[in-house]
Design a protein around this ligand. Structure first.
Ligand SMILES: Cc1cc2nc3c(=O)[nH]c(=O)nc-3n(C[C@H](O)[C@H](O)[C@H](O)COP(=O)(O)O)c2cc1C
Length: 331
């Protein structure tokens, strides 16, 4: 039975967190992951209907949908870059949520405010320095995200494998490893590096309950180890699903390779590309965030099945490793 301090801290059965995911992680997905024993995180614009601009209304609706699926612990993710972050936090506190994942910003006052309401804060970071800063600010756990991860990455571009043990050595808090974990082998590897849980994004995009367009899910199943591309290295590195030469992400990467200015890049990117990619499934005009682990995605199961498979495989891997290590070594 795989248990860790993280399970006790959050009151969950398995140390698997479904990462916050713009557009994709609505209430159906978060509720299904929590019901299966992991931790689902509702994201404010998750499953937002076509044409709607009412992100707070959507957030409330998605929390209700998640609650209808589970009575187990449930969380939310907010990105501090968003202008409405404070309203989102207040809404979730008002709804009685007790687990907050916060990304892309400095902890501090917001952490204290959330904790004053008896809630836990998981802070997303990508360097040892930021993990230490989050610990000093009093967060309850850090999520350390490596460069393999789908979506926005840190400028440092450090991968998960070297990052996790360095953070584990530098802080006393429970560490959650994110980026490149998509099955039980990845979970065991993260535990071996000293993490007490994993955060999974990409694997949950290709599930029944995810709000991603069916075309995106299908492209993910077809993708292999070279299935992602990182765009906008100088603005905000973003790992996306590849489409082909005419794909929006590929065209953007090509322009960057040929040295266009940041202003030109911003003009080309325009607005709403992530929504067009994830929800309309149009990767010629939009982008879909996707991690390097996509080559391991072979089907589109229910999210709860992903949690169960990961746990079962992890137990098997640990047993196999034990046997291998116990077996007499041949010279
Ligand atoms: C489609 C997608 C959208 C994401 N959106 C967010 C987000 O809104 N907030 C956030 O903190 N992380 C976001 N992430 C990162 C995930 O929460 C998670 O840390 C990451 O996906 C883990 O790496 P993996 O993709 O290799 O599983 C997103 C990732 C994906 C794939």
């Amino acid at each position: 039975m795989i248990k860790s301090r993280l399970c006790d801290l959050l009151g969950i059965e398995y140390p698997i967190v479904q990462g916050g995911m713009a557009w994709v992680a609505g209430g159906e997905l978060a509720g299904a992951v929590s019901e299966a024993g992991g931790l689902g995180l509702v994201t404010p614009d998750g499953a937002m209907p076509q044409g709607s601009m009412d992100i707070l209304g959507n957030f409330r609706k998605q929390i209700a949908l998640a609650r209808a699926r589970t009575k187990k612990p449930l969380g939310i993710n907010v990105t501090m870059m968003r202008p409405q972050v404070r309203d989102m936090v207040e809404l979730a506190l008002e709804e009685g949520l007790k687990i907050f994942s916060v990304s892309q910003g400095a902890p501090g006052e917001l952490t204290r405010h959330i904790q004053q309401h008896g809630a836990r804060v998981l802070h997303v970071v990508a360097t040892v320095h930021h993990a230490q800063r989050a610990e000093a600010a009093g967060v309850d756990a850090v999520i350390i995200e490596g460069f393999e991860a789908g979506g926005h990455n840190a400028f440092q571009e450090t991968p998960t494998m070297p990052l996790v043990p360095q953070v584990v050595d530098a802080v006393r808090l429970p560490v959650i490893a994110a980026g490149g974990i998509g099955d039980g082998r990845g979970l065991v590897a993260a535990l071996a590096l000293g993490a007490e849980g994993v955060q999974v994004g990409t694997r949950f995009v290709a599930t029944v309950e995810s709000a991603a367009h069916p075309r995106v899910k299908q492209l993910m199943v077809q993708a292999n180890d070279t299935g992602t591309i990182v765009t906008a290295h100088s603005l905000l590195p973003t790992r996306c699903l590849r489409l082909g030469p005419d794909g929006f992400a590929e065209r953007l990467a090509d322009m960057e390779f040929h040295g266009i200015s940041q202003d030109e890049m911003l003009k080309f990117i325009g607005a709403g590309r992530a929504r067009i990619g994830h929800l309309d499934g149009d990767l010629n005009e939009g982008e879909a965030y996707c991690g390097a682990v996509v080559g391991l995605v072979k089907d589109i199961p229910p999210a709860g099945e992903v949690v169960r498979r990961m746990m079962q495989e992890a137990e098997e891997v640990i047993a196999r490793l034990g046997q291998r290590l116990a077996a007499p070594q041949r010279r």
